[in-house]
Design a protein around this ligand. Sequence first.
Ligand code: HEC
Length: 308
Amino acid sequence: MWGHDRRVWACGRIVAAIAAGMLLPIPGWATEISDTAIVGSRIHFSFDSETNVSYAIEQSTELVTNWVSILEYAGRGSPIRVEIPLSAVATFFRIRQGPRPPWSLDLRPVILKAGESVALPLRASGDHGTLQWTGSEGALPEGIRLLPEGRLEGVPSAAAAEFNEDGRYAVPVKVTEANSDAGPGREVVGELQILVRLSFQSNIRAKREHGPSLKEGCAVCHGSGFPPDVEAPPLSGLVNVASGSGGACGSQLVYVRPGDVAGSLLHEKLSGSPSCGARMPQGGPYLTDRQLERLARWIRELTPADSD
Ligand code: HEC
């Protein structure tokens, strides 16, 4: 809980020396603590605390070195009451104070998929009060909202995945801590990286402006009777499904291998010169580079866990 620039100006404030079961406040420093008592095998005392300051109670068996932090507190502007078990050997205690440690945003990249609903809490780490999150207006993917309590919610649209042809977003995020008795609220800004992946159903098969629009271009010839079946769900029609319908390509190839564009016959048959049979769609018009790249991206982003 200590920040890097902790200061040790309370170093000399030795609170008490415990010797032979007696509590001995050090003269001159003793005013720093009050309500000292030994109750059973525990030492009790109180000290005043300030906001925006952290306090560590440290313990050592000798006065000069070997201080070990045993308790830590965030200052609240009011007295802090301490209770410490007595150790067998004579022990010294001191209070060390430092600035309240900063807190930070713990913004890991977020991966979403067009059409799949999201409810994802974002995180901050460190000691902080109640936080209010704001995402930069218009910077979030279409269909996604950032709620004040720090949750990403919604369903990213097909257009969200096609944004800039890479579906990547860098969203400026501002997080404000509420004022509290620990001190005035602090504000932290950060950038949230979001990727919205393409969906077969809504970006590849559906009719989209720059999409391969497979339903439109392929379903006239390819369906359940003549694979690849572009109408079936991709898991049964394409993904890890072996070729073999046309004769020209044999049956050792696979229409779509998740993450492997070069190993996906579907992409090869749509590109310049396929290694087997004719370029698709048969007779043309062929796909533009942009349409082909979108198909390649869907395959690259696809994982074995995906169903679309
Ligand atoms: C006019 C009809 C027609 C259209 C439209 C068409 N294809 Fe084909 N397709 C064929 C024929 C015929 C074959 C078999 C001969 C060959 O492989 O060249 C074939 C073969 C294939 C194969 C290899 C299948 C295998 O198992 O060997 C793939 C993959 C393919 N097409 C994908 C597509 C895609 C994707 C589209 C749409 C962008 C499309 N085709 C549009 C007629 C068509």
